[in-house]
Design a protein around this ligand. Sequence first.
Ligand code: F6P
Length: 415
Amino acid sequence: MRIAFFCPHSDPLAATGEPDAGGQCIYEARVAEQLARLGHEVRVFTRRWGGKAVRQDICDGATVFRYPMGPEGFLRKEDMGPHLAEFVERTLIRQATWLRHASAIHGHYWDGGATALMASLALGKPLLFTSHSLGILKRDRITDPTPDGSRFRYDLRIRAEKKILNAADAVIALSRTEREALTERYGANAGKIRIVPGGVDTGAFHLRLDKTELQRELGFTTDHLLFTVGRLDPRKGFLELIEAVPIVVETLRSAGKTVTFLIPIGPEQPSPDELAYRHALLRRADELRITEDIRWFHRLSDEELFQYYEAADLFLCPSPYEPFGLVLVEAFASGTPVVATPHGGPADIVEPGVDGYLADPRDPAAFAARILDALLAPETQRRRMRAAAAEKARSRYAWPSVAAAIADAYRAVQP
Ligand code: F6P
């Protein structure tokens, strides 16, 4: 089959640290790659900016094409609405011949869904949609701080999501929570929704069940090492995590133990929003007198990222809302259990007490308590949790099976 991905804001080959580079980019790149391995041809259409090449291969059979839209330079995804039709027009003109023989048009996130919808109408092709994150669920947890709602433009986004869901021939939900929101909050037809989770490259992440030796090699001398990673965005909950740190530090101290938290402070050249968030993190850590217990880091190389996942006793996901939680399955692939938000995909991924715990990051005492449960459990139990996490990554979240399930969805909508 020939499959077209539409994802204007999310370039699958964006480098970590670029604005808007995140789990969605990894997802698109890995799924496109695996579909190509299964013998399909994938073309991914995204916005061109920052002097990137028009055409770039992900692998043999999967290629990214970049077309400009709107103003020069970075454009926030929330501000893309007025330019989406221009993007579709350019793509349809430049890819006319290839698209004529496409089997399915797959939109990612609402900007991708809106452009894919326009393209599918123009071409008469089946439409598939993966939201990656839903406006209604984000709005439940994260208030737009601007008086005119221009930061997140929830109204526009939710209206667009409803139209796309209504028109789509098939919808891929990343978790049960998402399927529930799609049917109950958006009124989507349950019959066209399939749950296919995100995945992990189990070969790339380094699996290690005994962590201490690597911690020492990396220069960490405390008894425990806790890791979290993500874009410097309030949506990732690092500020909430900071509130739980003193509780963990104090409780461990009274048990004669020490701990280091590895927490990101964004790229070396931060955007104004990232800089404001960084300052808020550093200020709050200073007020709470926990600066000594935290090792802040900027952007990590792939190797450093793999090592931190591998060395950590526990991975933390304190997002107020996490649509899926690719980071959790990456931690699992490294043999690292997690303490994660219960809001969104993590509720599907984590089996409490088996491979991690769920706790509301907005309740620092509860979040800290679950971290302590994991760290203070007997070593045999901690080891069992690491092994269970690793086994789940391998058996449930390998990209080839994710891509095979998505290919089934394409097949099912063929006329
Ligand atoms: O913009 C980066 C990104 O991670 C996307 O790749 C992803 O789908 C999206 O954020 C989620 O965005 P939101 O916070 O708007 O729901």
